[in-house]
Design a protein around this ligand. Structure first.
Ligand code: GPW
Length: 821
C-alpha cells in the first residue's frame, strides 16, 4: 500500500529534504523552523491527498447520503500533529525527524493555530468533523475563510490588547484552492416580477445586484486509521472583474468599484462575539455569502449524479449550527424555485425535509433578529421568500389557535420590524435540537414552549461531545500511553472502553502512576507559565483552572472574588492550615465587551498583589494565561486538578471544556448547569463538587423580578469585605477602576437588575465547595481515585457518540468503508 510506504522512514526523510529544496531552495540545515514545518506538512499532505482521492472515489461509487455542516465557525486548531496521529504515523514521523535532527514538537509549534471560531460552538464543529471522518460518514464542513480569525490576545499592564492574527501570512500548507468550483453570490438590487404566459404564473427576477465570486478552499479532514478523508470547505471572496475598457461609463465603473469593495470586505474578519448578536450589516453579508455558495455547490454536486431534484433529501442534509446559517432555508427555496423551476409547495416539501437546526443558547442577547429594512435591502429575493414563509406560517397558527393573537405575536417569523432567525429555523427545519439534556428541557418547557407544543416531533436532544483524539491522544501523550497500556488502544475510536479503567481506581500502584502523570503535565504547564508569564508556580499545589470565553454568565468574576476572599483568609489567619493553590485563568473577551475586559484587568490586578506578597509563602498564586486558544488548551486540560464550571445555572447550554477536563482526570467544581448535570450523573456526585442555585431556582427568581443581593451584602461581613476591596484601592490606586464590577453586583447606579448572574447568591456555597476540594486533595489516595474515575467515566462525552446519535435520529447517513488495497 502506497500510504504505508510514504511513512517508511527513509522515503519520508527524502521527501522532507526534497520539499525544503523545491520550496525554499535551501538545504535542511539552512532552513528556518517555519520552512521545515512547511516542508514536513507538504510531505504529510502528499499522503493525505492519495486518501482524499480514494475517499471521493469511494463516495462516488457507493453514493452515501451526505451531511453539510453549515457553520460560521470552525475552530480547528493545528492540523499537523492531529493529521499524523489520525494517519497513525506520528511515532514513525517523529523518529524520522529525530534522525534528521528535527524535533517534531518544535515543528508543530511553528504552525499557526487556524482560529476561525470564537469558542465552544466553533470547536464543537471541529470535533464533529473529526468524528464524522473517523466513523466513516460522508460530510462537508461549510464555512468562511476569514483572512483574520480570532484575534491574538496580548496582556499589557493587565489589560487585554487585541492584535490581528494573520494566520495566512506564510501560506497554509493544509489548504487547497479550488477555483474550478467557484460560485457567484448576489447582493442588493431588486426583484422584478414577470408573468409567465406559458406556465400561467409569476416569475421573480433578481436584477441590479452586486456580484461577488466565492472561491472554495478545501482542507482535508483525516479520519482515524480508516483512510477516509472528508473536506472542510471554506469560501474566500474575490471581485468579479468583467467590465471591459469600453464599458467604462459612469454607472458600470461605480458598480465595479463597489463590487470590488464588497469582495474585499466580506471575508476580512471573524466577528469576535461569543453568545452575542451585534446586528452588523457585514455579518449578514457573511452569512448569505457562505450559505449561497455552499448550497449552490451542494446542488450542483447532487445533480451531477442524480436527476430527480424532488429526492434531494435522500442524499443531502444541511445541519445549521445555530441560527447563523438559517438563510439556508430561503436560499434553498430560491434555488429550487427560481433556478430549478419548482413551485412553492414542491420546493417547501423538499426544504423541510433537508434542513435541520441546532440551538446553542437561550440567552436573549444571542438571538438573531435582523431589521426588515436591512434584510430586504441587502437580500430582496431572500426576504421576499421569508415573508411568504411567514405568511403561510401565520395561517397555520390561526388554524391551530383560532383567535389567539398572542400566539402570532410570540411565534411569527417577522414581527415588530424584525426577522427572527430562530423562528425561521424551527418552522422550516425537520429537526430542532438542544446540546445537553437540561438545555433541551429548558427549550421545550420555557424558551420554545409554543413551538414545542405545536410541533413536538421536531424537538430532540443531542448532548455535545469532544474528540478524544485531539484532547487525550494528542494533548496528553503520557496519559494516553498509560491508558493504552492498561486497557488496550480501542478507546481511541470507542471511548466507552475507557470505563475499564474503573477497576484500577482503588489500586495503589495505578493511582500513583496516574497522579505521577498528572504531576508531569503540571510541570510542563508550570514551565510554560514561567516562560510566558514569568510567574513561578508549584506543581505540587492544586491546579484550579477556568479556561473559556470571558462572559458574565460564565462568572469568572465569582472565581476571582473567591480568590480575593481566600487571600483575606490567609492574611487574617496566618496559622491556618492552607493547602497551596494555583488559580489559572485563560479567556478572551469580545473586543467591545467592556465589563468582560474589566474582569480580565481585575484578575491580573489580583494576581499582581497576591503573587508578590511574600508573607503568604507562595500558598496562593494567580495566573492569567495570555492568548488562550486550542493549542495551549490541550496542555492546560492535561495539567488541571480542578475544572471550574461555574456558570449561573440554566445559562450554559452545554459546555464542552468541562468534558475535556474530565477526560484528562480533572474533577469538576461546578453548578448543575448544561452538561455538568450529565457529567455528575456519569461520575457520581461523590466524585464532583457541586454547588449553587439550581436552574429551576434561577428561573423562578427571574420570573419573579430577580433577587436582592443587598441582604447578603449586609449580613455577610466577609463577602462585604471582598466587595469593598473592589473600590478601596487594594487592587488599584484608582479606586474607581473596578466600580462598574461593584455596581454590577449591587446595582447602585445602572438600571439593570442587581447581580443578574447570582454571584453573591452562590458565593457562600461556592466557597464551601472549595473547602471540600481542599479537604479531598489532602487525602492523596482519595483524590487519585476521584481523578481516575473522572477519566474512566468520561466515555459518554466523546463526539463519536454525539455524531452517531445525529446520524441515527436526524441525518440517517450511510456508513462507508474503504477497503485496504
Ligand atoms: F450564541 N456557544 C458558543 F448559541 O460558543 F450561538 N458561541 C455562541 O455564539 C453560541 C453558543 C450561540 C456555545 C455555548 O455557549 C456552549 O454552552 C455550548 O457548549 C457550545 O456552544 C457548543 O454547543
Amino acid at each position: 500500500m502506497i500510504i504505508d510506504k510514504q511513512f517508511e522512514k527513509e522515503t519520508f526523510k527524502k521527501s522532507v529534504r526534497d520539499n525544503v529544496r523545491f520550496l525554499f531552495r535551501k538545504t535542511l540545515e539552512e532552513a528556518t523552523p517555519q520552512q521545515i514545518f512547511q516542508a514536513v506538512s507538504y510531505s504529510v499532505k502528499d499522503v493525505i491527498i492519495d486518501n482524499w482521492l480514494l475517499t471521493q472515489k469511494t463516495y462516488e461509487e457507493q453514493d452515501p447520503k451526505t451531511v453539510y455542516y453549515m457553520s460560521m465557525e470552525f475552530l480547528m486548531g493545528r492540523a499537523l500533529g492531529n493529521n499524523l496521529l489520525n494517519l497513525t504515523a506520528y511515532k514513525e514521523v517523529k523518529e524520522a525527524l529525530d534522525e534528521l535532527g528535527i524535533n517534531l514538537n518544535a515543528i508543530e509549534d511553528e504552525e499557526p493555530d487556524p482560529a476561525l471560531g470564537n469558542g465552544g460552538l466553533g470547536r464543537l464543529a471541529a470535533c464533529f468533523l473529526d468524528s464524522l471522518a473517523t466513523l466513516g460518514y460522508s460530510a462537508y464542513g461549510c464555512g468562511i475563510r476569514y483572512r483574520y480569525g480570532m484575534f491574538k490576545q496580548k496582556i499589557e499592564d493587565g489589560y487585554q490588547i487585541e492584535e490581528p492574527d494573520n494566520w495566512l501570512k506564510d501560506g497554509y500548507p493544509f489548504e487547497l484552492r479550488r477555483p474550478e468550483y467557484a460560485k457567484e453570490v448576489h447582493f442588493g438590487g431588486y426583484v422584478r416580477v414577470e408573468y409567465d404566459q406559458e406556465k400561467g404564473e409569476n416569475k421573480f427576477i433578481h436584477e441590479g445586484y452586486q456580484a461577488v465570486k466565492a472561491i472554495p478552499y478545501d482542507m482535508p479532514i483525516v479520519g482515524y486509521n480508516n483512510k477516509i478523508v472528508n473536506t472542510l470547505r471554506i469560501w474566500d471572496a474575490e471581485p468579479i472583474v468583467d467590465f471591459g475598457l469600453d464599458s467604462f461609463d459612469k454607472g458600470d465603473y461605480r458598480k465595479a468599484v463597489e463590487q470590488e469593495n464588497l469582495a474585499r470586505n466580506i471575508v476580512e474578519v471573524l466577528y469576535p462575539n461569543d453568545n452575542h448578536y451585534a446586528g452588523k450589516e457585514l455579518r449578514l453579508k457573511q452569512q448569505y455569502f457562505f450559505i449561497s455558495a455552499s448550497i449552490q455547490a451542494a446542488i450542483v454536486k447532487y445533480k451531477k449524479t442524480h436527476d430527480d431534484i424532488m429526492k434531494l433529501h435522500e442524499k443531502v442534509t444541511f445541519q445549521m449550527n445555530d441560527t447563523h446559517p438559517t438563510m439556508a432555508v430561503a436560499e434553498l427555496m430560491r434555488i429550487l424555485m427560481d433556478v430549478e423551476g419548482l413551485g412553492w409547495d414542491q420546493a417547501w416539501a423538499i426544504t423541510t425535509k433537508t434542513v435541520a437546526y441546532t440551538n446553542h443558547t437561550i440567552m436573549a442577547e444571542a438571538l438573531e433578529k435582523w431589521p426588515i429594512e436591512l434584510f430586504s435591502r441587502l437580500l430582496p429575493r431572500i426576504y421576499q421568500i421569508i415573508e411568504e414563509i411567514n405568511r403561510r406560517f401565520i395561517i397555520e397558527i390561526q388554524n391551530r389557535y383560532p383567535g389567539n393573537y398572542e400566539k402570532i405575536k410570540k411565534m411569527a417569523i417577522i414581527y415588530d420590524g424584525q426577522v427572527k432567525m430562530a423562528h425561521l429555523a424551527i418552522v422550516a427545519g425537520y429537526s430542532v435540537n438542544g446540546v445537553a439534556r437540561l438545555h433541551t428541557e429548558i427549550l421545550k418547557n420555557q424558551e420554545l414552549k409554543d413551538f414545542y407544543e405545536m410541533m413536538p416531533e421536531k424537538f430532540n436532544n443531542k448532548t455535545n461531545g469532544i474528540t478524544q483524539r485531539r484532547f487525550l491522544l494528542h494533548g496528553n501523550p503520557l496519559l494516553a500511553d498509560w491508558v493504552t497500556s492498561h486497557i488496550g488502544a480501542d478507546w481511541i475510536t470507542d471511548l466507552s472502553q475507557i470505563r475499564k479503567l474503573a477497576i484500577y481506581a482503588d489500586d495503589e500502584k495505578a493511582q500513583q502512576e496516574f497522579m505521577n502523570i498528572k504531576y508531569q503535565n503540571k510541570v510542563r504547564l508550570a514551565k510554560y507559565i514561567l516562560k510566558h508569564n514569568g510567574i513561578e508556580v508549584d506543581p505540587r499545589s492544586i491546579f484550579d483552572v477556568q479556561v473559556k470565553r470571558l462572559h458574565e454568565y460564565k462568572r469568572q468574576l465569582l472565581n476571582i472574588l473567591h480568590v480575593m476572599y481566600l487571600y483575606n483568609q490567609i492574611k487574617q489567619h496566618p496559622e491556618m492550615d492552607f493547602f497551596p493553590r494555583t488559580f489559572i485563568f485563560g479567556a478572551k473577551a469580545a473586543a467591545g465587551y467592556r465589563r468582560a475586559k474589566l474582569t480580565i484587568k481585575l484578575i491580573n490586578a489580583v494576581a499582581d498583589v497576591v503573587n508578590h506578597d511574600t508573607s503568604i509563602n507562595g500558598k496562593l498564586k494567580v495566573v492569567f494565561i495570555e492568548n488562550y486558544r486550542v493549542s495551549n488548551a490541550e496542555m492546560i486540560f492535561a495539567a488541571a486538578d480542578v475544572s471550574e464550571q461555574i456558570s449561573t445555572a440554566s445559562k450554559e447550554a452545554s459546555g464542552t471544556g468541562n468534558m475535556k477536563f474530565m477526560l484528562n482526570g480533572a474533577v469538576t467544581l461546578g453548578t448543575m448547569d448544561g452538561a455538568n448535570v450529565e457529567i455528575v450523573e456519569e461520575v457520581g456526585e461523590e466524585n464532583a463538587f457541586i454547588f449553587g442555585l439550581s436552574s429551576d431556582q434561577v428561573i423562578n427568581y427571574e420570573n419573579h423580578g430577580g433577587y436582592d443581593p443587598h441582604v447578603i451584602y449586609n449580613t455577610d461581613g466577609e463577602i462585604r469585605q471582598v466587595m469593598m476591596e473592589l473600590i478601596n484601592g487594594k487592587y488599584s490606586n484608582d479606586t474607581e477602576l473596578f466600580r462598574d464590577l461593584y455596581n454590577s453586583l449591587l446595582n447602585t447606579q445602572s438600571s439593570d437588575r442587581a447581580d443578574t448572574y447570582f454571584i453573591l447568591a452562590d458565593f457562600r456555597s461556592y466557597a464551601e465547595a472549595h473547602k471540600r476540594v481542599e479537604e479531598a486533595y489532602r487525602d492523596e489516595r482519595r483524590w487519585a481515585k476521584m481523578a481516575m474515575l473522572n477519566t474512566a467515566c468520561s466515555g459518554k462525552f466523546t463526539s463519536d457518540r454525539t455524531i452517531q446519535e445525529y446520524v441515527d435520529d436526524i441525518w440517517h447517513l450511510d456508513k462507508v468503508k474503504i477497503d485496504a488495497e
